[in-house]
Write a protein that binds this ligand. Structure first.
Ligand code: SAM
Length: 400
């Protein structure tokens, strides 16, 4: 959400003019106004706070009979995006500009926003990697784990008192929600219930509606018997059970949570032939396997309380080192699955990063079970982590 700042009468007037020009798709007026003001202004006096980007899309109305808004609307959106409009800014209705475009059936504008989101996230990640433009860098280093990706929010100068309050809020949120920090999650209490695994903060770590997805992952990664396979993250054991049906020569399981080790023990996984359990975080286990020269035919990754940066580290540092030249790599594609536009952006970002790391990606669409949305399924959980219709299952192989 754009930062709320104290604004003068003059600023409010300028905000109103920018939003109105965006709404009318008046490109010449917008070009002039954007020199004086920001593409992310919000009118604090408006009852339904909306950014210029939201306004430009909302005024297109619903696409009827496949007829979408004209070029002026598309170019207005383009102009705002190229002037720094935030692709995932939220309005008061908790919608991003992409959510609005999708709801109205404005596909061309939606695709434009997805592309902008991909560019913004790639740039943001590059800047973080270079240690640029990140005021929280020191905190992250001291505070062990990086939080989930933050949107490319507008930065503003904050005084020391405000900065302390923000730090405190972040720390409190970590305590309140263990899924925000991988090590905190791994120390927390888990609860196995029928069909669901919950963490201490009532987040659903794994649910059995994902069984078909897990089985398909195993099938797409393991084309024949006798292969060397590794799964990272045991959870409810659904994917490991599916892997077993393909009779691997070696079945490595990396798992970091002590209660999951206990569960593995109770269910006899330690005694299964060819199963090798590595207790610990993959970050600690994998460097040793690389050193030992382990080579695998299939690798699957599905952890919890880790962000996209962790997945990227996983494939660009370790899968490249451990996977056989004709091996296959799969991962649970659930990032941003509570908002279609975020899911689409992260699916594309991962494909680009995977390509850079040397992989081709093929996607298979799987329909999630009907009735998953808003159903009883989520009762007792902190929030639904899945609200969209299609799971995009990735299969990665080395570029030939
Ligand atoms: C979503 S569950 C995996 C579900 C699994 N695919 C299944 O079919 O049931 C994630 C698992 O990853 C484990 N995990 C989380 N972070 C980890 C890490 N850094 N290293 C190893 N295991 C981790 C969790 O304890 C949990 O068991």
């Amino acid at each position: 959400m754009a930062d709320q700042v104290q604004v003068s009468e003059e600023d409010i007037l300028l905000a109103k003019r920018i939003i109105s020009a965006a709404e009318r798709h008046d490109i010449p007026a917008l070009k002039v106004l954007l020199k004086e003001g920001s593409a992310n202004v919000m009118d604090p006096t408006a009852t339904t706070a909306t950014s210029p980007l939201h306004a430009a899309i909302l005024s297109c109305g619903e696409a009827k009979d496949g007829k979408e808004a004209g070029d002026d609307a598309y170019q207005t959106v383009d102009l705002l995006l190229s002037n720094g409009a935030i692709w995932n800014d939220l309005n008061k209705e908790d919608e991003t500009p992409g959510c609005v475009a999708l709801r109205l059936g404005q596909r061309k504008i939606y695709e434009n926003i997805v592309e902008a989101g991909v560019r913004a996230e790639l740039l943001f990640a590059k800047m973080q990697a270079l240690g640029l433009g990140d005021d929280d860098e020191e905190e992250e280093e001291e505070g062990e784990e990086v939080l989930e990706e933050q949107p490319a929010v507008k930065k503003q100068k904050v005084d020391e008192e405000t900065a302390q309050a923000v730090t405190q809020a972040v720390e409190e949120e970590i305590l309140d929600d263990v899924s925000k920090d991988n090590k905190a999650y791994l120390r927390s209490q888990l609860r196995y219930k029928p069909g669901i695994l919950l963490d201490e903060s009532d987040n659903a770590v794994m649910m059995d509606w994902e069984t078909e997805i897990m089985q398909r992952h195993a099938e797409t990664l393991i084309p024949k018997k006798g292969l060397k396979v590794m799964n990272v993250g045991h959870g409810m054991g659904i994917v490991d059970t599916a892997i077993q049906t393909h009779e691997p020569a070696e079945h490595h399981i990396i798992e970091g949570h002590p209660q999951v080790h206990q569960r593995l023990r109770e269910q006899g996984w330690y005694d299964k032939p060819n199963v090798i359990i590595h207790e610990g975080r993959w970050q600690d286990i994998l460097p040793k396997l690389v050193e030992q020269g382990v080579v695998l035919d299939a690798i699957y990754y599905d952890t919890f309380a880790e962000d996209y940066a962790a997945l990227k580290e996983f494939f660009s540092e370790y899968v490249v080192a451990l996977l056989a030249p004709d091996g296959k790599f799969g991962w649970y594609n659930g990032l941003g699955a509570d908002r279609q536009v975020c899911y689409d952006v992260y699916t594309k970002v991962s494909e680009i990063d995977l390509h850079e790391a040397g992989f081709d990606t093929e996607w298979e669409d799987i329909k999630v079970p009907a009735g998953l949305h808003g159903s009883k399924q989520w009762e007792g959980t902190r929030r639904p982590y899945w609200t969209i219709d299609l799971y995009k299952l990735p299969v990665n192989t080395f570029v030939k």
